[in-house]
Design a protein around this ligand. Sequence first.
Ligand SMILES: [Zn+2]
Ligand SMILES: [Zn+2]
Length: 452
Amino acid sequence: MNTALVIDDDPVVRTLLVHTLRDANWTVLEADDGDRGVELAIQHRPDVIICDLLMPRFNGYQLCRAIRSNQSFFPQPRIIVISSSNYAADRTNSIEAGADDFLLKPVKPVELLHLLELESGTTFIRKTPAISKGATPPDTTYFRRAIGSPPTVRFWGVRGSIATPGESTLKYGGNTTCIEVRADGELIVLDAGTGIRNLGRKLAAEFKTQPIELTILISHTHWDHIQGFPFFIPAYNPQNQVRIKGYEGARVGLQSVLSSQMESPYFPVSMQQLSGYLKIEELKEMQFNIGKVKVTVAFMNHPGICVGYRLDTSGGSIAFLPDNEPHSRLRMAPVTDSAQSYEVLAFAQKQDEKLIEFIRDCDIVIMDSQYDAAEYRSHIGWGHTCVDDAVALAVIAKVKKLYLFHHDPDHDDAKVDSMQDWARELAAIHGSPLQVEAAREGVEVVLNRAAK
Ligand SMILES: [Zn+2]
Ligand SMILES: [Zn+2]
């Protein structure tokens, strides 16, 4: 005779299950909480454990993990989790915790007995993997034609660090980093901060039933650059193709960083459950093409792995450097005990020269300008640029138009206005034709015009 252990804090449910099993000739043990359940399980080694998910003191996930991690418990029992929760995430989490099957409450006796006759794991069989590999991608000819011309850059999120909605940021916007570039039949999204949510809504409304194909380039995986992705509607539509490209982080890979922010308990839908044709690619090369758009990459001076992208399109060139702290400025700062050696400063200068080459002659440069010069003094080593340095770099590199970017969450519209005024004044002092704008959410720039 087989032994079953029923654990549920609801006496009605428990009694029903116990009777059902006894009538079917099972030896049944019962417990009204998880603590007692684990005790009985270890003592009596049942063949099957039927366990409620939400119980006081020790929940179903904890019970699954406690049983599965008990090496001496061999052979391991079959665990059937029962719950009134019909959310996919709760099922997924149950499997991860170690459950074999999942039954939705109210459990019908016949259903339970039927499940016990079937092989373990029956209720968790996946039909098809959600992230398609090798499937034929949908036809996006219409989409590519529709985004053909003119080439444009549109700001969907310009704020750094954290989203800052409210009265004081109405003019420049409170969403974090996201920029849309349409050029040469490609839709390229630079970073997936909270601004990507509105971009997704716009694309869904614009293309309705037509399949969408786009590439998201990730500069780095700090929150303000990835947090909007779970809310990007096109990734939920099976006919859309979303490619995400970026570089491996210091501790874990890109895919793992992006998918872990969608795991329970942070988010109700896992990346595996997204039905779009999703491809995450970890980049190795510092130069590649997206269709006809040439992409060049440079490492930025910012905590962790962070890159800037330069896109050369038929309509003009765009450089995107959302988070960066110039080397010379950082190394010259009096933060160390002794004065910096000439070698150190020379090295720092070389690094900045590389950055200047990277953005040289660009039509549009979108650059970190989080602080004013006075604020920078108390933020040395935080990985961001002050507006004076952003202007200097752009002037030396003969950039045509500079967009001040990654606005500080503490900066209201008036402050950003004043930084823009100061940046324009600086360009004039340098005698440079450089145009300067503070990046503003919702603004669209036509590339051909910007190139003039
Ligand atoms: Zn940032
Ligand atoms: Zn960052």
